[in-house]
Design a protein around this ligand. Structure first.
Ligand SMILES: *Cc1c(COP(=O)(O)O)cnc(C)c1O
Length: 458
């Protein structure tokens, strides 16, 4: 029988099937359907082109999880965080996490504290910023003063604060980096705050360099300014990364609710909280710090639940896994994991410090487990750090290079973020490739480099 007369297979080979030969639909829904196995394979194949997340040392986010975490994520794929009445135990688990984190951050009353999970630190920052704006406005109106020009004062913040400022009509006053410092200095504050300042936002773990802003000194300066000027300005700490590092590695650093001026704190569960992507946290010092009229009481899902969130529906798995991590690791386990990361970062810094080309700006000791460095004498080099990022990318590594913010824009830095799963051996492989990359660039100067910043802070 001629081959074209044999009826086609019911279950056709995935790559000889019609769709694979013609290409997938890209701009409109296809007319027909595919089998699940086919569609899965085609989509998965495309994802090969994404970077390998484990070699991405530009991100702060979780890229390795235990098999139990994968199971719990699949088990909870159908849980909606907002349906607190339908999934009361997920809601209970969220509340437990809030109290555990409040306790970790020395809340004066961790048992009754208010806080919630979010999709990440960005949403948490929006909620924190809104609460501050509402409180400031209420105070101004009570005093019969204008309340139409709020501002927020910060150091080198992550892009989420620029978004908060733009979306919610608040002026962002970013204190510039001066005198060679990698963070805002308390003495600069007096020139930036006024009666319209809703808060000062220090960052515990500046994204550019990994250092902590001096939260305690900033609070002391604000205490002093309160006494001398009458301006009583609250502090929100953006502890997206440091909120899950400092409590384990740097207990002596005073940055949290131990400082009376700190009224709210956010952190990303999906960074050093070790949860998979999609969870952040915000905790307020007391109930009074979260204005009642920002809370919506939703009752159409069969119960009356107070919520404060930008989204309505949201997956519950990340929150459930956050709780898994808390009970799985405990204080001891988190300390071990973060300490291991810090040791790897310091090992990386030691190796990089031996290279003639590089100058270490932060060596992974005392703040986030990362390393930040720049080229020695960049003007005399025939290549940039952007070229070096591209060079190691050939081996699959992703490391971020970018200029520092104002007033240090002329300094281009590179940063290697060490997270759970970046082992000593993996770090050595990367260091070998960086050394080879530098040797290569010395031998082959780049004439027309098109390499540019590889990481956006805003
Ligand atoms: C990552 C980060 C954010 C944003 O957090 P997401 O969880 O990614 O939304 C905000 N602030 C700082 C300091 C960060 O490091």
């Amino acid at each position: 029988m001629p081959i074209h007369m044999i009826p086609p297979l019911i279950n056709r080979d995935i790559y000889s099937a019609f769709r694979a030969r013609k290409g997938l639909s890209k701009k409109e829904l296809p007319l027909g359907s595919l089998s699940g196995a086919q569609a899965y394979q085609y989509v998965r194949d495309e994802l090969f082109l994404d970077g390998n997340a484990r070699q991405n040392l530009a991100t702060f986010c979780t890229t390795w999880v235990e098999p139990e975490v994968e199971k719990l994520m699949v088990d909870s794929i159908d849980k909606n965080m907002i349906d607190k009445d339908e999934y009361p135990q997920t809601a209970e688990i969220e509340a437990r996490c809030v109290h555990m984190i409040a306790h970790l951050w020395h809340s004066p009353d961790a048992e009754t504290t208010v806080g919630c999970s979010t999709t990440g630190s960005s949403e948490a920052a929006m909620l924190g910023g809104l609460a501050l704006k509402w409180k400031w406005r209420a105070k101004r109106e009570a005093e019969g003063k204008p309340a139409d020009k709020p501002n927020i004062v910060c150091g080198p913040v992550q892009v989420c604060w620029h978004k908060f400022a733009r979306y919610f009509d608040v002026e962002l006053r970013q204190v510039p980096l001066e005198d060679g410092y990698l963070h805002m200095q308390p003495k600069q504050l007096k020139d930036y705050i006024d009666e319209n300042t809703i808060a000062v936002v220090p960052t515990l773990g500046v994204t550019y360099t990994g250092v902590y802003e001096p939260v305690a000194d900033i609070c002391h300066e604000l205490d002093h300014l309160h006494k001398t000027t009458g301006l009583d300005i609250p502090v929100h700490v953006d502890a997206a990364s440091g909120g899950f590092i400092a409590p384990f590695l740097h207990q002596k650093v005073n940055w949290d609710f131990r400082l009376a001026r700190v009224c709210s704190i956010n952190a990303s569960g999906h960074k050093f909280g070790l949860a998979p992507l999609g969870v952040g946290w915000i905790i307020w010092r007391t109930q009074d710090d979260l204005p009642e009229d920002l809370i919506f009481h939703v009752d159409y899902l069969g119960g009356n639940m107070p919520t404060f969130a930008l989204n309505f529906s949201r997956p519950g798995g990340e929150v459930i896994v956050q709780y898994y991590n808390f009970i799985r690791l405990g204080l001891r386990g988190y300390t071990d994991v973060q300490q291991a990361c810090a040791e790897v970062a310091q090992h990386i810094a030691d190796r990089l410090a031996q290279l003639d080309d590089l100058e270490i700006l932060y060596n992974g000791n005392g703040a986030l487990p990362c390393v930040c460095y720049k080229l020695k004498q960049p003007d005399k080099k025939k290549f940039t750090l952007y070229d070096l990022s591209e060079r190691v990318r050939i081996r699959g590594w992703q490391i971020a290079s970018y200029p520092l913010p104002a007033n240090s824009e002329d300094v281009v830095v590179q940063r290697i973020m060490v997270r759970h799963g970046v082992s000593h051996d993996l770090a050595d492989l990367l260091m070998d490739d960086i050394e080879k990359g530098l040797e290569y660039l010395e031998r082959h100067p780049v004439k027309h480099s098109e390499a540019g910043p590889s990481f956006s802070h805003g």
